[in-house]
Design a protein around this ligand. Structure first.
Ligand SMILES: [Mn+2]
Length: 381
């Protein structure tokens, strides 16, 4: 039964999803005793959240992430690692949100890094990420990808040990490296680089390297398995909707996995709407409400800082302009229309299943969310 769910157009499915399984599209404020402590800036100076931006787009993600951590009153330091290509106004904006912004140029770093990079030039970004282990003025850190968004205070993650992470939704015996707890150490850093140079990465990125290096994660110590709510990805929402309905409201960190990131969309501030990205096959692969939260945070807290940093210099704000409005309209018209669904008629259950599997889904009729939900509820009761 569940295997049928991913066939649905997820955006449509999720738009129809009842409100209790959607996150609130407002900034979460204090009041929940479990969540945020009173505002105070960075009292625990030897622990830090760390993120990474290798270009200006990811830098915007890092800004939103940093701001989301601030909004939930983290007591930890915030550190952004930036690649050499991140523009100065972006670095300036990051400096106003983060306690520390470190420019990491792997080419300039130590011998082991250089040597490893010579062997595996394809892993440049991975080496930049592994650089987080050199932040030895902190005793413990939580790394978070720039495409994550924090929904409540998560300082409790610092009670965990290296290497703690949540399962990857695609292969749960691997951890997802978008959120992980680690202990900075030059020794570990050197070992990781050497390992990387010798063995490469089975997936071409940092997740492959880290899973091969911390290879007992799956079996050795369950306390190193972070609950999934600390790294909730869209793909998991789609592949197991009943679980999302049951547990989704507890989500603390959303991870915008996949090729299309929140900053690849554009935003119509007047209407408060996120617009699809024209190169994306499915413009709403990401959960529409989390996407809206990202854009609201960006608009309220990050954009004014960027505008200040850029001054009169034009930059890509991500906002829909009048000309872009026309362009978007063109894109929609140019795109070949999917073949029309068959005219509504009474069909057998078996025939409906076949049509579903062929991608002919009657969203407004038999396969509407209300009908699917009724069916799900009959199983779940
Ligand atoms: Mn990511």
């Amino acid at each position: 039964m569940w295997s049928l769910i991913p066939v649905l157009n997820c955006a449509q499915l999720l738009r129809l999803c009842p409100s209790q399984c959607k996150p609130p599209v407002v900034r979460i404020t204090t009041g929940d005793p479990r969540a945020d402590s009173p505002p105070q800036r960075s009292t625990m100076s030897d622990e830090a959240f760390v993120t990474l931006a290798t270009n200006d787009s990811y830098a915007r993600g890092a800004m939103v992430l940093g701001q989301s951590l601030r909004n939930h009153n983290t007591t930890k330091k915030l550190v952004a690692l930036v690649g050499p290509h991140v523009a100065e106004p972006c670095r300036g904006t990051l400096r106003s949100i983060f306690d520390e912004v470190c420019v990491v140029d792997v080419m300039d770093s130590g011998d082991t890094a250089h040597l490893a990079l010579m062997k595996r030039p394809d892993l440049g970004v991975t080496f930049t990420k592994l650089h987080c282990w050199t932040l030895t003025h902190y005793s413990k850190c939580v790394f978070m990808d720039a495409d994550t968004l924090v929904l409540s205070n998560i300082d409790e993650l610092f009670e965990r040990e290296e290497l703690s992470a949540a399962p990857d939704p695609g292969w749960p015996d691997c951890f997802n490296s978008g959120v992980f707890v680690f202990r900075p150490s030059d020794e570990t850093h050197e070992k990781l680089l050497a390992f990387c140079g010798e063995n490469g990465s089975f997936d071409g990125g940092d997740q492959g390297v880290l899973n091969s290096f911390f290879d007992t994660w799956a079996t050795a110590d369950i306390s190193k398995h972070l609950p999934f709510i600390y790294n909730l990805s869209s793909i998991a929402i789609y592949s197991y909707l009943p679980a999302f309905k049951q547990y989704g409201h507890d989500a603390k960190v959303v991870h915008f996995l996949g090729k299309v990131k929140p900053w690849n969309y554009s935003y119509d501030a007047q209407k408060g709407e996120v617009r699809g990205h024209s190169t994306s096959p499915d413009p709403c692969q990401l959960h529409p409400d989390y996407l809206l939260m990202w854009w609201q945070l960006y608009t309220e807290s990050v954009l004014p800082l960027l505008q200040h940093a850029y001054g009169d210099t034009p930059f890509n704000s991500g906002f829909v302009q009048e000309s872009q409005n026309a362009k978007l309209h063109e894109d929609v018209q140019e795109r070949p229309q999917p073949s029309a669904p068959p005219p509504p008629q009474k069909v057998s259950s078996e025939e409906r299943k076949q049509r579903w599997e062929a991608g002919q889904i009657d969203y407004m009729g038999d396969d509407s969310f209300a009908n699917i939900e009724r069916k799900l509820d009959s199983f779940l009761k």
